[in-house]
Write a protein that binds this ligand. Sequence first.
Ligand code: GLP
Length: 239
Amino acid sequence: MRIFIMEDYAAMSRKAAELMAAQILLHPDSVLGLATGSTPVGLYRCLVERFKAGELDFSGVKSVNLDEYLGLPAENSQSYRYFMNRNLFQHVNINMANTHVPDGLTADPEAECVRYDELIRRMGGIDMQLLGIGSNGHIGFNEPADSFPVGAHCVDLAESTIRANARFFPESGQVPRQALTMGIGQIMQARRVLILASGREKKAAVRRAFWGPVTPEVPASILQLHPDLTLVMDRAAAG
Ligand code: GLP
């Protein structure tokens, strides 16, 4: 595991963008596993800047997002599809047909999960998976549990996650209570994993995930077993 402790959020974002840009430059046809939340916003901004400066080409890149709220259409400003379009896709030359997010409006969540697993398999797996971390140690929407789920699945969100994500919604009661997420198995099969953490509210989660036992009660802790893991965090998260 490689660890970079950067001065602040801006430096963390620049470092993460450097690592992701290197992936794209070395392998222009990369399959990127992408994440949402407030943590990667700065990284996406840096990537867009580098694209506009002519340093990056997304035309061969394919993407699969980690998760999506159940019940939110792509046009809803809180959906993860909307987030990705707004923060990255619409600013770069990625082919939108090659960007994938689970379908939050599916009438059959189980079938959608099977489709998503199959899609990732057909794409040849994920070359670089980007992750944030929830304050309870969740990755994607894999909440603390009794076991590590392997494939994509539908989850009931933890109360703490619903509370944490309420800040993005006009009214807290509007936070969906269920989501579709990639499984831990899929994340672990990514050839490289890049996880970001920023702010002191992530300090305890980082400590438990990377300096504690590997347990499904802290889903991110399994990443200790990943052969190519990079953790980039700011000083506040490192504590
Ligand atoms: C959400 C997302 C995760 C994200 C986490 C942390 O629940 N599903 O992918 O990593 O929250 O979000 P933030 O970066 O806003 O702290």
